[in-house]
Design a protein around this ligand. Sequence first.
Ligand code: GLA
Length: 389
Amino acid sequence: MQVNTDTILKEFAQAFEGHAPTVLARAPGRVNLIGEHTDYNEGYVLPIAMDRAIFVAARPRDDGRLRAQSTLFNETVAWPLEELGGPGEPAWANYVKGTAAMLMRHGVELCGADLLIVSELPIGGGVSSSAALEVGTAKALLALTEAFVDPVQLALLCRQAEHEFANSPCGIMDQFASLLTHEGAALLLDCRSQQFDHLPFAPEGAAIVVMDTQVKHSIGGSEYPVRQKQCLAGVEFFRQNDASVRALRDVNEVMLARHAGQMDPTVAARCRHVVTENARVVHASEALRAGAFHEFGQLMTDSHRSLRDDYKVSCAELDALVELACDIGGVYGARMTGGGFGGCAIALVEDHAIDALTRAIKSRYDRQFDKPALVYTTRAAAGAEALHL
Ligand code: GLA
């Protein structure tokens, strides 16, 4: 669904007794081009913001209450700001409540507010709707009080909201991707130093095609925390030989080759993914700077195989989409994006091949699986912003 401002104004008036919003925040979803499951290992990621977003329209209230309505769930929630409490029901509201709570803990003096949330992003669809909801809420609440929080700090606060209020032990990629991206650029983020660079990403004659399996995933209750533990076991192992190892970021392919034989095979495979994936992001960034899209695409496909075989976070639907895409002339490369176990795959595709890819998905994938894949293109859009209306 693509939303427009008129619809948002109309829905706001319906939800909140005819009032008009004074602020409109937009927070995009993301697709990660490469660098998966590296963020919580203090490695590198390379996401873009999508051209689909969550919108949060807001107006101040003078009674210190925070009310929020989600048009997707057609539900309204309300709390006094002073008594936000902890996580509760409904689940979507925890992202809103958690973000407000983290801003207040950081010392921001929030005012009461009415918030209308309108989403173009599928929930649990692997394009980071939760980070977008946190970031959109934060941007809207800050704009209402004209408060400023440094964007890196803000991304960390939003991530903390997700940890504490949504029981999701995510890394930092998604909130950074929604907040710190630029139009026409990918965000090369070093998740250890939190330094970042914007690499031009507007491939001429090619596009990112998103292929949504519509298989829902949730990272809190999934294998995600299990992978985090396996990575920590890897760090413990390497630290016995080298006390300077603090995260898998500090392990390289030579160290891995030397010691893999003495490690638990599952832990060794998980480490192999993270170590090679970090190297692929560095390599892919150089390829991007050089405009070498064939090389970039090959690295995307290698990344998928590593996620499938070593990290084991793919699923039959994602594998089928990636294999199918790689068979089509004009596709540079393809991979799952995000946490895995469902959600989306992406492909970097020459414009002339997009139709062939879409047709192949219809005829081959949609017949094989229960749900048809949703296929659309996206481009590197701007990061989150808030407008005064
Ligand atoms: C989810 C998490 C991110 C990141 C990815 C995997 O999207 O929210 O922090 O770990 O999975 O790269």
